[in-house]
Design a protein around this ligand. Structure first.
Ligand SMILES: [Fe+2]
Length: 284
């Protein structure tokens, strides 16, 4: 087989994060390039498939070539009452709970930071885009950790951070009623290492909007460290920003990046269809 049929063309988008893959739907769906795509995902954090324009069925099939598909546990339920393989990230929302959940996406985070095993990856396809705002940004949390001085890396690796739903809720509702606070406190909360030592040998910083406090640290020092590290990870040299066009598909390594959407108006029409790959290792 000629070499051209064995590999797909990938172009780096920035020095430290992101690659563009130009491949047609048939090539992606064949599964013949799954190993290469997984390797690129690990190496580049974010993979952009411009104008891929996959249907829902094609996106589900493509996702399944790369690992074990995961289903949203808080997403759309189908007519059968079961979670759907495609989750619709839809700006058309009118209840406060759904609006808050969408607005949580405007804050830097990784998905499943309060879970034992976060999802490995997400794939988003743009069906309709916001007339203003709504870009997505990703930050390479492995590259950011690697760029810290060795002594600091060693110190950070000793620390644990509690990630909690109440801390996330407080960012949108800083003065909750006691009943609201009790409600947010009933949500998940989990102690995680600040530095994720991946089975591959890579290390990444686990920070973002769910980070409540560093265990055993003075509250002000804890906040100082969490803000400084989130600010560090999201510096421009570690970030790729995607300006969506209808039909674009973007996949990201959720274990080695943080992400956020830039703000957009509710009910502006923005619609993304999302699939996910099940996590393969705990934060440890
Ligand atoms: Fe997210």
């Amino acid at each position: 087989m000629p070499v051209a049929e064995c590999t797909i063309a990938a172009t780096d988008l920035t020095p430290l994060i992101g690659a563009r893959i130009d491949a047609d739907a048939g090539t992606l769906l064949s599964g013949g390039h799954a190993a290469q795509i997984r390797a690129l995902l690990a190496a580049r954090g974010v993979l952009v498939f411009p104008a891929a324009a996959l249907s829902d069925e094609q996106q589900i099939a493509f996702t399944a070539t790369l690992g074990t598909p995961a289903h949203e546990n808080n997403g759309t339920l189908g007519p059968d009452g079961k979670p759907q393989a495609i989750y619709k990230v839809d700006a058309a929302q009118d209840d406060q709970h759904a609006i808050r959940r969408l607005r949580n996406n405007f804050l830097w985070h990784l998905d499943g930071s309060m879970h034992e095993v976060p999802i490995l990856a997400s794939i988003l396809s743009a069906k309709r885009i916001a007339p203003a705002g709504g870009q997505t940004e990703w930050a390479n949390s492995c590259a950011a950790f690697a760029a810290l001085p060795m002594e600091e890396q060693a110190e950070l690796a000793k620390l644990r951070v509690v990630h909690a739903n109440w801390a996330l809720a407080a960012r949108q509702n800083p003065e909750p009623s006691y009943a609201e606070f009790q409600q947010s406190r009933r949500g998940p909360s989990k102690s995680q290492p600040l530095v994720w030592q991946h089975a591959s040998g890579r290390k990444s910083l686990v920070v973002g909007s769910t980070a409540a406090y560093v265990e055993g640290m003075d509250p002000v020092e804890s906040q100082d460290l969490l803000v400084r590290l989130r600010d560090w990870v999201t510096r421009p040299q570690f970030v790729y920003r995607h300006e969506w066009q209808v039909g674009d598909m973007v996949m990201w390594d959720n274990t080695a990046t943080l992400h956020r959407a830039l703000p957009y108006e509710m009910n502006c029409g923005r619609l993304m269809h999302r699939t996910m790959l099940k996590g393969e290792e705990p934060i440890a």
